[in-house]
Design a protein around this ligand. Structure first.
Ligand code: Q9C
Ligand code: ZN
Length: 318
């Protein structure tokens, strides 16, 4: 089966050194090496890599307010050192550097090209987005995210058919949830660490089901610290059942690998091999699928995790 990879070297322009955690300055874990580690092994294994040539800011306006986009553009071009913006941000983990706008725009384009590839008939595309996106909302950055890559891809696909977003990052995709909370054309299903003790703390509870006509189109599966592969795969199956019932034409996976047992900021117990099982369960949906990279910070194993994940789709009849 052929899997298309989308990648842009522009992500390297965003390379913050620090974040503020618990009032202390700590090293930033969302580093360029993450994506380089993955793309290098995929090249060696002979995957076809597609690089977008043009980046269009107007693709962002589908989801993000113009003022928010201009703020990030201006803040990036005006700064020499990294800083933590006081507006349009909900935490102190998401710094702006000189290259942040260019990298975040390229990241969104990498997701958008992935969506275009599904529209032109591809059945499985993996967009190596960086910086990640699922914590970003209409006009709010946070959790290392600036533009919501998965939401931009979903909004593009939904013009052709129903879309489901399955978020398997360790953290709740609060931005994506907010963006689609009152819509019934994009189903959001998220499996993540219980927000009572994990970032983003305020959303991701099981009783958040959507609002207005979006009621019944949002499902959260919060899980305990040290969640085992068994429990994880069981919840995943319940999430997939919601997607089956919805009957989408396209699936977008917010693919975070911070559920890995050695992740430095995670807290679940998934092994490298579990990611293959996760993908195999997902591929039983039999849907044209776009995987968008979100988190995952155990840099030394990201190559193995991504290979394990992609190998799970091999069992798919697509
Ligand atoms: N210094 C994503 O995985 N918490 N974002 C930082 C550790 C913020 C994670 C605390 C975690 C954000 C896309
Ligand atoms: Zn995460």
């Amino acid at each position: 089966m052929s899997i298309k990879i989308v990648y842009s070297p522009f992500h390297k322009k965003h390379s913050p050194k620090y974040e503020l955690f618990d009032g202390k300055v700590v090293n930033h874990v969302e580093v360029p090496r993450r994506i380089e580690k993955i793309v290098e092994v995929l090249k060696v294994r002979g995957f076809k890599i597609i690089q977008p040539k043009s980046f269009l800011a107007r693709e962002l306006y589908d989801i993000h307010r113009k003022k928010y986009v201009s703020f990030i553009r201006r803040a990036s071009s005006n700064t020499i050192r990294e800083f933590f913006p006081k507006k349009y941000s909900f935490d102190s983990y998401t710094p702006i550097t000189a290259g942040t706008f260019d990298a975040a725009l390229a990241s969104a384009s990498v997701a958008k090209i992935g969506a275009d590839l599904l529209l032109s008939g591809e059945s499985l595309v993996y967009s190596l987005c960086r910086p990640p996106g699922h914590h970003a909302s209409f006009r709010m950055m946070g959790g290392y995210c600036y533009f919501n890559n998965a939401a931009i891809a979903a909004n593009s696909l939904v013009k052709t058919g129903k879309v489901s977003i399955l978020d398997i990052d360790f953290h709740h995709g609060n931005g994506t949830q907010e963006i689609f909370y009152e819509r019934d054309d994009v189903l959001f299903v998220s499996i993540h660490a219980d927000p009572r003790w994990a970032f983003p703390y305020s959303t991701g509870f099981g009783n958040e089901r959507g609002l207005g006509k979006g009621r019944g189109y949002n499902f959260n599966f919060p899980l305990p610290l040290k969640t085992t592969p068994d429990l994880y795969l069981k919840r995943l199956n319940q999430g997939l059942e919601k997607i089956r019932r919805f009957g989408p034409n396209f699936l977008i996976i917010s693919a975070g690998f911070d559920t890995y047992l050695k992740d430095p900021i995670g807290g679940f117990g998934l092994s490298i091999n579990t990611f293959k099982n996760v993908a195999a369960q997902i591929s039983s949906l039999n849907l044209p699928t776009l995987a968008v990279q979100e988190g995952g910070y155990c840099v030394k194993d990201l190559d193995k995790i991504s290979l394990s994940f992609l190998s799970g789709f091999d069992s798919s009849p697509l």
